[in-house]
Design a binder for this molecule. Structure first.
Ligand code: SAM
Length: 293
């Protein structure tokens, strides 16, 4: 049975399921049967590039070819959704700036460390990373601190864009005018100010590879927004476990507005903020304030 009959090789249901499961094991993204046409359309580009005529042959390539790993990355590249923009979900960013940053700052100071580490897991082309750095800078709370915002993504294409730090109009659709001061006009578009860029670091990472995720070190806050919605439950649980391991105790996790940890992790506690909820890695018992009797 074939699923579609337009130009290019057709993806039968059996091959679709084999490819879908391979991609899922590799990067966590899961395509239900009714989105087979998306996989067919997007992967045709890969078949063309490799001079492969059928999806059956492509599946064999992904399993046995010496370049299989690199090709899985290329497949993930075309199958991921990279939509992002500056100041996405402003109410959540406000809670981050007004409530989470002061809490994290107080905790770092209690440890005698003027160091702040934030991780954007699945950062796409970098707008989220630079937004976080602009928010941190604008609080004025962290002058003289060692501040690092790490952005990781499985797509090398979006990381190249992130490092260029230069953006067109679509990235500014939710821009807050106050923060325009952090951009410089160039011929290619608006470029993030060097001071903000110097706080931000980008690296390639497949979140399903928990051993490689150790390169991130320990962080105070993780943003993993609009990434796990494309994953199946088991992969989501796996990545949440990695995120938990990378968070300092008392550190925060922020998910996208339509996402929750329900059914995925019981390790985190809920941090009730004024306009939002976040998740938190619990403090060790000994660090908790004494109970009032
Ligand atoms: C929709 S974008 C979200 C970007 C940003 N976090 C935001 O909310 O605006 C999802 C990003 O997750 C990345 N991604 C998907 N699976 C991944 C994986 N296994 N490891 C790392 N990044 C992944 C995609 O490449 C894509 O750039």
């Amino acid at each position: 049975m074939t699923l579609l009959h337009d130009a290019g090789p057709s993806l039968g249901l059996q091959d679709f399921r084999l490819l879908r499961d391979l991609v899922n094991r590799f990067c966590g993204i899961y395509f239900a049967d009714d989105s087979a046409y998306i996989v067919e359309r997007r992967l045709r580009e890969r078949l063309r590039e490799l001079g492969i005529d059928t999806f059956e042959e492509y599946y064999r390539y992904l399993q046995y070819h010496p370049r299989a790993e690199a090709e899985l990355e290329a497949a993930a590249e075309v199958l991921t959704t990279n939509e992002t923009y500056f100041f996405r979900e402003a109410y959540q960013l406000r809670a981050f700036a007004d409530e989470i940053l002061p809490a994290v700052r107080a905790r770092a100071l209690s440890r005698g460390a003027k160091r702040l580490d934030i991780w954007s897991a699945g950062c796409s082309s970098g707008e989220e990373v630079y937004t976080i750095a602009m928010l941190i800078d604008s609080t004025g709370f962290f002058e003289g601190w060692d501040v690092r915002v790490f952005g990781n993504d499985i797509s090398r294409r979006v990381l190249r864009k992130a490092r260029s730090a230069t953006y067109g109009r679509a990235s500014f659709r939710a821009m807050i005018p106050d923060y325009e001061r952090y951009f410089i006009d160039t011929e290619e578009g608006k470029q993030v100010h060097p001071r903000i860029r110097s706080m931000c670091h980008f690296g390639h990472l497949n979140l399903m590879n928990e051993r490689r995720a150790a390169i991130v070190g320990r962080v105070d806050v993780t943003f993993c927004r609009n990434v796990l919605i494309y994953f199946d439950d088991a992969s989501r649980r796996k990545v949440l476990d990695t995120i938990y391991q990378r968070l300092n105790r008392g550190g925060y996790l922020l998910l996208g507005h339509s996402e929750s940890l329900l059914h995925s992790s019981t390790a985190f506690e809920i941090a009730q903020l004024t306009t939002d909820i976040a998740y938190r890695r619990p403090l060790p018992y000994t660090d908790l304030p004494p109970r009032r009797s």
